[in-house]
Design a protein around this ligand. Structure first.
Ligand SMILES: *Cc1c(COP(=O)(O)O)cnc(C)c1O
Length: 389
């Protein structure tokens, strides 16, 4: 009986012979992947309030946690880093628990404007008994309507203005938002889940933490890490509250193997982050332009994107089918994308691939009914992970 090991091998082989253009994913370097499979994966470490670890055998794992926190602080220039949260979503729960009381209001970008589903309705607001209202947003230009935000802020008196999107192509005017928030003493939380690697590389919203109280997000989308979450702050009181709201509140153990792997990724980011992030942003802009030239409609011409994502227009449906059909057709040709019309350049850039005209031409051929599977397999074989030691 080896069903599961066989399936894992099949999955590895499958994904190693395809090109991944999913905006929410990235690829781990070999050392980061090895850390995930280390002995740490089945160990505990928990320093109690008394200062004593409740578990033995932890002399290295304690150091791994401290080193990883220090690397993250250095990378984002923050005073404090909470690396224990096991996803961007949990980091957001911790941040909201640390800044809001029951029945209070928050503002976030609506789902139909690319905001995160968890911040509305039956998800986080209902779990924590808080209310969320939408930040006025101009989808066509991908911009917050700042004057309207100022009005809504006065009406709603939010405890938190929560920024960030899952469909995320343009940064915000953070100084303006801070001023609006300050008028009613709202905390500013920046959910950079998608763009944490681009922020670390200083190519997208480098002022995210400067003008916010908490910068949080996933460690595995544009960041080089394993799946997990992080929350950064310069505010000692918030840091204390976030620590209190993490272990034994939103989760218990924090997966030591994941922390070690995140530390490896942080070292890679410190060394290569700026070059990688700048290339990612260049590639998405170029991919948007090239796709449009091949008559695959991409939104937000002529700038297309300032991040790792480009967004297909629903106008493609009459020629190529809906986003699900497009994704299925591409996957038949060895190109993996999500089913929501996002195309991401983070992983292929990390694989050292920058020829976006060729990428657009492969996509165009696949969608036009040609079989380019062998071309993608050959291309994938020629690539190996860049920006790691
Ligand atoms: C992906 C995402 C999350 C959830 O992150 P996980 O790491 O999957 O828990 C939260 N917020 C935004 C904006 C996201 O895009």
């Amino acid at each position: 009986m080896n069903i599961l090991s066989d399936l894992v091998n099949k999955h590895n082989f499958y994904r190693e012979s395809t090109l991944n253009l999913q905006a929410s994913e990235n690829v781990l370097s070999r050392p980061a992947r090895e850390a995930l499979g280390a002995d740490l994966a089945s160990r505990y470490s928990h320093i109690m309030d008394s200062g004593i670890n409740g578990y033995g055998g932890c002399k290295y794992s304690e150091e791994i946690l401290i080193e990883t926190e220090n690397l993250m602080k250095k990378l984002y220039g923050s005073k404090y880093a909470e690396v224990k949260t096991i996803g961007g979503h949990v980091a957001a729960e911790v941040a909201i628990l640390s800044t809001m009381n029951k029945k209070e209001n928050m503002l976030a970008i609506g789902e139909n404007c690319g905001g995160y589903t968890g911040y509305f309705g039956n998800y986080i607001p209902s779990m924590f008994s808080i209310n969320s209202y939408e930040i006025p947003y101009d989808s066509e230009n991908q911009e917050i309507k700042y004057e309207e935000l100022e009005k809504v802020t006065k009406q709603v008196n939010p405890s938190v203005i929560l920024l960030g999107q899952s469909f995320f192509v343009k940064p915000y005017d953070m100084k303006r938002i801070r001023e609006i928030g300050d008028e009613c003493n709202a905390r500013i939380i920046y959910d950079g889940s998608h763009v944490m690697g681009l922020i670390a590389g200083k190519q997208f919203q480098p002022d995210a933490l400067k003008y916010s109280d908490i910068l949080l997000g996933s460690t595995h989308k544009t960041f080089f890490g394993p799946q997990g979450g992080i929350a950064l702050t310069n505010d000692e009181e918030l840091w204390d509250r976030m620590s209190f709201n993490t272990v034994w509140k939103t989760m218990d153990n924090y997966h030591l193997n994941r922390i070690a792997s995140l530390g490896v990724a942080a070292e890679e980011m410190l060394q290569f982050g700026e070059e990688y992030a700048s290339q990612v942003c260049k590639n998405s802009k170029q991919l948007g332009k090239a796709l449009n030239e091949y008559e695959i409609e991409v939104k937000y011409s002529p700038w297309y994107s300032y991040s790792h994502q480009v967004h297909l227009s629903p106008e493609n449906e009459s020629r190529f089918g809906n986003f699900l059909k497009i994704s299925q057709k591409l996957e038949e040709n060895g190109i993996i994308t999500d089913r929501e019309g996002r195309i991401g350049t983070a992983e292929i850039t990390r694989m050292g691939y920058n020829d976006m005209d060729n990428m657009a031409s492969l996509i165009k051929d696949a969608l036009s009914g040609k079989n380019v599977k062998n071309n993608t397999i050959e291309l994938r074989k020629s690539l190996k992970i860049k920006y790691c030691r």
